[in-house]
Design a protein around this ligand. Sequence first.
Ligand SMILES: NC(=O)N[C@@H](O)C(=O)O
Length: 208
Amino acid sequence: MSLHSAPKHCKTIPVLPLTPEAFSAFGQVIQAYGDHTAAPPGTKITPANQGSATKFHKLSLLESSYPTSSGASAGLSVYRCNPTEIVNGSVELKVLERHLYTNQAFIPMGGGGIQGDEVLKEPNAYLVVVAHNGADDKPDLSTLRAFVASAGQGIMYNTAIWHQPMTVLHKPMDFTCVETQIGNGDKADCEILELEAGEGVIMLELLC
Ligand SMILES: NC(=O)N[C@@H](O)C(=O)O
């Protein structure tokens, strides 16, 4: 459908700044903290590199539950993502996907460090859209949440969490993706669900 027409059954989800607390039911945020007290409780923080660096330890752990016989392996891939279409300050949600046997991290390969409301004004920002699974083994759209992340924030989607494929705003961005996969296109690696059929239109409203 054209985004320019007023959709009949349009549900609007606000896009909120990404914080570890708000995202914790869906995954983890991978970032440094200028104010160490802002890091998730229990985060081990130590000096490193002879005092020239600060290490924020194990903000997320790698998970894989593939059967041994699957031949799946852990690795790092790179996604070069082109900006999505923003119409009247909103992005249409069309697809959700999940990975039943692994968690999946996306780490921007570039500067950043801006957080809060400033993120949306920053040229390098991306959307993180997630939902829990429902009793019908489809996304429970009542749990749908949308966040905007800066180029200084990576994310780890928890295993089997439904999420929108990487959706970048304004400018192309490269991400390192850390995951375990078989790599043969098997549904076990990535299950994709088109939302358009019968779900009505879901708009992700960029708040500034
Ligand atoms: N998550 C995401 O953006 N895409 C990947 O999961 C993929 O398998 O393409």
